[in-house]
Design a protein around this ligand. Structure first.
Ligand SMILES: [Mg+2]
Length: 184
């Protein structure tokens, strides 16, 4: 059987929301995030971060700088006894503000990063979830054929539509995924 995944948005979902984060010193896991990821992986969920990083397209951060940010996140997850299976980022900057508009398949709400991850990790998208704090996350999940779960951390309080489940934070989201399982 192919694998199932919990796709996680990064900013406002795994780490605390910092607008256009560029300083690795600003990386801070949301309370309970490490434990949530550890529990999902222990239950045979691939945990894969899917993140729009327009800071690169905007010229505010290089790819090497982004790698430094992700190294700090990985170190904090390691301190909680876990890691993510993979991470995909889209460097493109948007040209408008409507989160429903797919400007490029690889930028959420486009499904491109999830489709790429599905190829790389032999994933069954219909058995997978996308977790995030933005409408673009919910739509990326749906556009890829996953179920979408909104967390109310970060910008999550603003999301009113286009999700299948909701949770206060990633810890509660993991509980829902573990309970609901992978049968759509
Ligand atoms: Mg986010």
């Amino acid at each position: 059987m192919r694998n199932r995944a919990a796709f996680l948005d990064r900013d406002g979902t795994v780490i605390k929301l910092v607008h256009h984060l560029t300083d690795p010193g600003d990386v801070k896991l949301i309370d309970g995030a490490g434990d949530a990821i550890r529990r999902l992986r222990a239950a045979d969920w691939k945990v894969i971060v899917i993140t729009n990083q327009s800071v690169i397209g905007r010229g505010k951060l290089t790819e090497a700088g982004l790698a430094n940010v992700h190294a700090v996140m990985a170190a904090q997850l390691a301190a909680d006894g876990t890691e993510v299976d993979d991470l995909y980022f889209c460097p493109l900057a948007p040209t408008q503000n409507d989160q429903r508009v797919i400007e490029d398949p690889m930028r959420k709400p486009g499904p491109g990063m999830l489709l790429k991850a599905a190829q790389d990790h032999d994933l069954d998208l219909a058995r997978s979830w996308m977790v995030g704090d933005s409408l673009s996350d919910m739509l990326a999940g749906r556009n890829a054929g996953c179920r979408s779960l909104v967390v109310r951390t970060g910008y999550g309080h603003k999301v009113e539509t286009d999700f299948d489940a909701e949770a206060a934070n990633l810890a509660e989201a993991a509980e829902i995924i573990l309970k609901e399982g992978d049968a759509p």
